[in-house]
Design a protein around this ligand. Structure first.
Ligand code: F6P
Length: 744
């Protein structure tokens, strides 16, 4: 039976049972009321008459009885008088013809000498008979019967049943109709849409999932189907990509290739990645929990690797709703809607975060490694917290690899310089690498750090240390050479201390070929309309608000450009997306104020009634939102004063599948070594940067496309899967000693 039929049948049966029950009770009540009414009337009449008739009957005067009855006769009530043998003496005219020879109530009243009552069918009509004995000296001399019409009792009952039957019909019809509409809109139609969707997916069409009206009912199913669909699409896309690459004879690294490589090379060994920043964080916005992707090059790079390889990513849980969205061990699957690896969150106290992250890492090491004229601050307390947090992370890593044989541990960045030695000491069989995402300065610059020995010894616990460029590797090796007693093999770029060797190699980091899986369907016109601007030329900058990024310099160069080339006023708008970063640090607060002030000054100096040269959007943007800016900009500016790699440059290139757009790129960003077709500038040189902007907007289309095609080729070839593949391959090749590493 169809579900709808079953539902309708169930509704009808339930309505029938409920209404029949209520009707039965009501009919019973009504009957009791009517019978009571009859009884009262019969009693009043009977007892009233008895007084008058009793002496007349005792005298045996039939004529006397007839006279009395004439006065009381009415069509709705009959009265009959019987002698002591229950033989009828006199009855009112309407009653007399229908009376039977004897009435049981009368016989009983005389024999028992008490009132008797009951219902009786007289002439096919229901009547109520009330018989009361007539007595003299307490001995019965006859009886008086009052007969009332009781046919209205059945009629009233029948009318009630009819009314309830009608009610039942109306109720059952209305409820069935509503149920059918609800089933149709909430179940049948969504199910039909979902089957249409799954059919489309099965046949390989890329169709967005239908809007599901009831998330509670269909949410779990829809998300399971969505997972399945995504896995199918990924598998299909990977297979198509692999086939296309094979046909073209290319050996580009893809997600699939990295997956195969990891399976073959790691043979089921665990992979644990550690970074300070987590790939997703959860925050409360207006009482609801939101999942956000941090503005972090590290995350952009490592997330696709983890999606391909699986494993565990250990990171600081810094979102205000992070605890609620993880289990008791701080674990959750990522991506949240289609988990492919595990995020293990580490909880830090406010003091630890302040000392380790804001203090030592970002007021000490960050300015130490970036040569941008911001003086590093080294506080002993911050150092203590830094060391303590490194130990906390080491414990977590050791816990994660407790049952794993010869695991691979990939540590990230300057937050964890002490971690390699700590992990290696606990697990000498683990292969440990640390990748330093920021520049490594020359030995003199690094030498001002009071704890440079400890930092270097911590890092040298690793089997492999990675930097973006050979230049940073050389700086590191020279720093080690000047600071510690070690043997440096300059031919193989390895440092040996006792039995342990650490290899130091460049691995220029990159991005995944697809910046986002599902780019928004947003035209340039719609993007500009949404921003409330109109512009012939659109420039874009995407940064964390950090003093290494050269934001004030960029805005001053824009001013220079507009002053030098006024014909571009009212034709070009520069949109700066600035994600707030490390905002509790004074230097970052000063920078934020400086950036706002510079934007204000440039706008005030140049703006007209309908145009402002710079639009500064200082809030967090998700990758899908950033995609539209990259895709529709005429040029993108990366003017870092010093930058390890800078992935914004590569993200911009990876998004430009239209092979258009110009990249203005600082020569002090690691990316400038690879992206030689960008317009390379010295960001401190305002005139040169302004000229690059002019060159970008005036560049002929063919040249733009040729440059972009070459850059895209490089980013496509040197993608993040290749980075991870080479790094893991190098790491897995290094023989590991079974003895513990000395951390001091
Ligand atoms: O660029 C260096 C770096 O640590 C990246 O690795 C990271 O993406 C970025 O800075 C973000 O910084 P934070 O995590 O402090 O917001």
């Amino acid at each position: 039976m169809k579900v709808t039929l079953r539902l309708v049948a169930a509704i009808w049966i339930s309505a029938l049972l409920v209404i029949a029950g209520f009707a039965f009770l009501q009919v019973r009540e009504e009957r009791e009321r009517l019978v009571g009414d009859l009884e009262r009337r019969a009693l009043l009449l009977g007892e009233g008459l008895r007084e008058a008739i009793q002496p007349v009957v005792a005298r045996g005067s039939t004529a006397g009885v007839e006279r009395i009855l004439k006065r009381f006769a009415k069509p709705t009530r009959g009265i009959a008088v019987y002698d002591r043998f229950a033989v009828l003496m006199v009855a009112t005219p309407d009653l007399a013809p229908v009376l039977p020879p004897s009435l049981p109530e009368v016989t009983e009243a005389i024999s028992q000498n008490e009132v008797s009552r009951g219902f009786r069918l007289l002439n096919a009509r229901q009547t109520y008979v009330y018989a009361t004995p007539l007595a003299r000296d307490e001995r019965p001399v006859g009886a008086l019967a009052v007969v009332l019409d009781a046919s209205h009792l059945d009629e009233a009952e029948w009318a009630l049943w009819q009314a309830h039957a009608l009610r039942f019909l109306v109720l059952a019809l209305v409820v069935s109709l509503i149920a059918l509409v609800v089933v149709r809109t909430s179940v049948t139609q969504p199910m039909a849409k979902m089957s249409e969707w799954t059919r489309a997916l099965r046949t390989g069409r890329q169709v967005a999932p239908p809007a599901i009206p009831d998330a509670n009912l269909f949410g779990p199913l829809a998300s399971e189907v969505a997972h399945l669909a995504r896995s199918m699409q990924r598998a299909q896309a990977a297979a198509e990509e692999e086939a296309a690459l094979r046909l073209a004879g290319e050996s580009v690294w893809t997600e699939e290739r990295l997956k195969q490589f990891v399976n073959a090379r790691l043979q089921g060994r665990s992979l644990v990645v550690v970074s300070n920043r987590e790939p997703v964080f959860h925050v409360r916005v207006g009482g609801r929990i939101q999942t956000q992707t941090p503005a972090s090059g590290l995350v952009t790079a490592m997330d696709p690797v983890m999606r391909a390889c699986g494993g565990v990513w250990v990171a600081h849980g810094s979102g205000d709703a992070d605890r609620e969205t993880a289990d008791a061990q701080g674990r959750l699957g990522v991506p949240v809607d289609d988990p492919r690896y595990t995020l293990r969150r580490v909880w830090l106290t406010k003091e630890e975060e302040q000392g380790y992250y804001y203090g030592f890492a970002n007021e000490g090491l960050w300015p130490l490694c970036h040569i941008v004229h911001t003086r590093p601050v080294f506080r002993p307390d911050d150092w203590t917290y830094y060391a303590e947090v490194n130990r906390t992370f080491a414990e977590t890593v050791v816990d994660e690899i407790r049952d794993a044989e010869a695991p691979l541990v990939l540590l990230q960045d300057y937050h964890f310089a002490l971690l390699p030695a700590l992990v290696k000491t606990a697990r000498p069989d683990a292969r440990v690498a640390i990748f330093w995402h920021i520049p490594w300065p020359n030995p003199e610059a690094f030498g001002i750090c009071p704890w440079q020995r400890e930092l270097l010894l911590g890092m040298l616990g690793a089997d492999l240390i990675g930097f973006h460029t050979q230049y940073y590797c050389n700086n590191f090796l020279e720093t080690v050479d000047r600071t510690l007693e070690t043997r440096i093999d300059w031919e193989h770029f390895a440092v040996s201390r006792g039995e342990h060797a650490t290899y130091v190699k460049p691995f220029p980091i990159s991005v995944a070929p697809a910046f986002v899986d599902d780019p928004p369907d947003l035209s340039r016109e719609a993007l500009l309309r949404g921003l409330g601007i109109s512009a012939e030329f659109l420039g874009v900058g995407v940064e964390r608000v950090d003093y290494t990024k050269g934001l004030p310099e960029r805005f001053r160069a824009l001013r220079w450009f507009f002053e030098r080339y006024p014909e571009y006023r009212e034709r070009l708008v520069f949109v700066q997306l600035g994600a707030p970063s490390r905002s509790t640090i004074k230097r970052y607060q000063e920078l934020q104020a400086e950036v706002e002030q510079t934007v204000r000054e440039v706008n005030q100096a140049l703006q007209t009634r309908s145009w402002r040269p710079i639009l500064y959007l200082d809030h967090h943007h998700e990758h899908r939102d950033i995609w539209a800016y990259y895709r529709h900009a005429d040029f993108c500016m990366v003017t870092s004063l010093h930058d390890g790699m800078n992935l914004v440059a590569k993200e911009f290139v990876s998004v430009r599948d239209d092979e258009d757009g110009v990249l203005v790129l600082s020569r002090f960003a690691g990316a400038s070594y690879e992206l030689r077709d960008a317009l390379i500038v010295n960001p401190y040189d305002l005139a040169e940067t302004a000229e690059a902007i002019r060159a970008a907007v005036e560049m002929p289309k063919e040249e733009r496309q040729a440059r972009m095609a070459r850059m895209r080729h490089i980013v496509r070839e040197h993608n993040i899967y290749r980075w991870a593949g080479l790094l893991l391959s190098e790491l897995s090749r290094i023989p590991v000693e079974a003895t513990a590493v000395k951390a001091s």
